[in-house]
Design a binder for this molecule. Sequence first.
Ligand SMILES: *Cc1c(COP(=O)(O)O)cnc(C)c1O
Length: 390
Amino acid sequence: MPHLMNTYGRLPVAFERGEGVWLFDEGGKAYLDALAGIAVSTLGHNHPRLVEAIAKQAANVIHTSNIYRIPLQEALGDRLAALAQMDQVFFCNSGCEANEASIKLARLYGHHKGIDQPAIIVMDQSFHGRTLATLSATGNRKVQVGFEPLVTGFVRVPFDDLEAINKVAESNPNVVAVLLEPIQGEGGVHVAHADYLRAVRELCTRHGWLMMLDEVQCGIGRTGAWFAHQQVGIRPDVMSLAKGLGSGVPIGACLAAGPAVDVFKPGNHGSTFGGNPLACAAGLATLEVLESEGLLERAAKVGEYIRRGFAAAFEGLSGVRDIRGQGLMIGIELDRPCGELVGQALSAGLLINVTAERVVRLLPPLVFTEADSDVLIERLVPLIRAHLGA
Ligand SMILES: *Cc1c(COP(=O)(O)O)cnc(C)c1O
């Protein structure tokens, strides 16, 4: 790959074809996909409804421009607003762009309130993307090193710690928003406590701050609800989405409600590709299939089945520190680094990921069944056991 910039540590495999929860490499070997392109391939591979929607739209018109009305974008905006009970949507192409929109919106909101150096509270171990603003918001030094000067205006606190936010509230009059993932993905699949999220909601309302949730990874049905925050009965003011929204076709979205509505005016923000007809057709088809096939309920049920299966297989094994997550967002934390498991799983015909050094992360497509889960458990358990010398 002499002409590709060296930005990824790639595994020595290329997939030629996909079908449901399976991918096939160039030699025809089959791999069970328990990662879904990192929470992207919501409907698995080549779902006929999605393929049909994309093909039909491509034959009609792929791209026009946000200079014109885009009825499919309006339809997807309506659908997302209804599902999230939020009011407005801005479409972009990726997670970092969705968060860029959130960050810009929060700053503008601050300026409208007369705060000309607005600050956003962000979390340790968070991940919000690789653009300058989003890597500055990210709570992982590795992502930032070498790219200083970072974007200013972020105040970092420990995740899931209400007292830390309260302290900032007492000392910093420039805060305009809190940005967090309800379930930290890259950080190691850490689920925020329900009480914490509800308390942050109240705190934001009390201080006139925007509660901004990054649901780029945990949103779109993965946890068993349309959006992870719905599990705890709150509504954010701003929410960013991307990964699973187009089931593989790039699309991102920033949603606004309450005080975040109408902050952007024409000229404040934009995107050339954002919400084009092809991407929106994929988004609409994804949401449609999630609903018609009952995949949210299935994500909750199958996720529970997987966690129970691993818990039973690892019972009494002290090297397995924790098995956690919600729905089909699952982390298995070991007592030692375990990056090698990714390559070993690949050899065994299984696609997984390791994040935060010692957390095996599973993000299967939402079409995953109990039978698929049995194959996953059967292939992964011996690898983890061997890794732990157990
Ligand atoms: C992946 C991810 C992002 C970045 O998305 P990109 O599409 O890679 O820009 C942002 N936030 C979270 C929570 C993510 O998981």
